[in-house]
Design a protein. Structure first.
Length: 255
């Protein structure tokens, strides 16, 4: 299944790259939450291949596709994570494919077709980037950390979001907002980022990236430090070493 998922991620990524400069049809799921014809076509191709190879597997995909099968395996798919980046031809987006075995993450694959990055992991087998095994950074303090984040589409709670951003900005070496949660998690896994937080996410935004980060030695919880819940929508992910300090910072505690 891992080899199949890797091949599927690469083929879907090639499709995105080939159509990056095509005319794009945009629909609005929300005020700034967008979907394109390329998202939908990419998803159709991915789902079709999974259904041919594993007809009894369940599938949960971003663009409204749900299938309940009789197998313990569920595919969690984002056919284009970073749609806004894709629309504006910003080369930071990916195909994100995860497989869950019962309720546990089992396989994760993320492919950025623009630069050729292919991240993958399987439970108990480590995490890899284009064949090189990954390990999280060894940074110990927030002041030495590069941290990534994202902003939710629902902006009703924008004051709280900006409050957390401001507190981290004062503590960290730098913050980056690149627009793909799946790739942000992969870049924590490879040590480029020391931590990542966001809220308002969906399972397909996080599943593959979380699998890859955990297999690279990272720690993933909810923002409040409780055990990570793929369906809750908020995430705090790190190299483990700066996790507690970042959590206190997000909460507004004073050292």
């Amino acid at each position: 299944m891992l080899d199949f998922a890797i091949r599927l991620g690469k083929r879907a990524g090639e499709y995105l790259r080939e159509h990056l400069h095509d005319e794009i049809t945009i629909e609005h799921k929300g005020r700034i939450d967008l979907v394109t014809n390329i998202d939908r076509q990419s998803q159709n191709r991915i789902v079709s291949e999974i259904e041919r190879a594993f007809p009894d597997h369940s599938i949960l995909a971003e663009e409204g596709f749900r299938k309940k099968g009789g197998s313990p395996f569920t595919w969690v798919i984002d056919p284009l994570d970073g749609t806004n980046n894709f629309i504006h031809r910003i080369p930071f987006f990916c195909v994100s494919i995860a497989i869950m075995k019962k309720k546990e993450l089992h396989i994760g694959v993320c492919c950025n077709p623009v630069n050729g990055d292919l991240f993958w992991a399987q439970a108990g087998r480590g995490a890899y980037r284009s064949g090189v095994q990954l390990s999280v950074s060894r940074t110990l303090r927030m002041i030495d950390s590069m941290v990534a984040t994202g902003f939710p589409y629902d902006q009703d709670n924008v004051e709280a979001v900006i409050g957390r951003f401001t507190r981290v900005l004062k503590k960290a070496r730098g913050i980056r907002r690149l627009g793909s949660a799946a790739l942000d998690l992969c870049h924590v896994a490879c040590g480029s980022f020391d931590a990542f937080w966001e809220e308002g996410l969906k399972p397909w935004d996080m599943a593959a990236g979380v699998m890859i980060l955990q297999e690279a030695g990272g720690l993933v919880t909810c923002l409040d430090g409780s055990p990570f819940d793929l369906y809750r929508g908020d995430i705090l992910a790190s190299n483990t070493r700066v996790h507690d300090e970042l959590q206190r910072c997000l909460r507004g505690d004073h050292d």
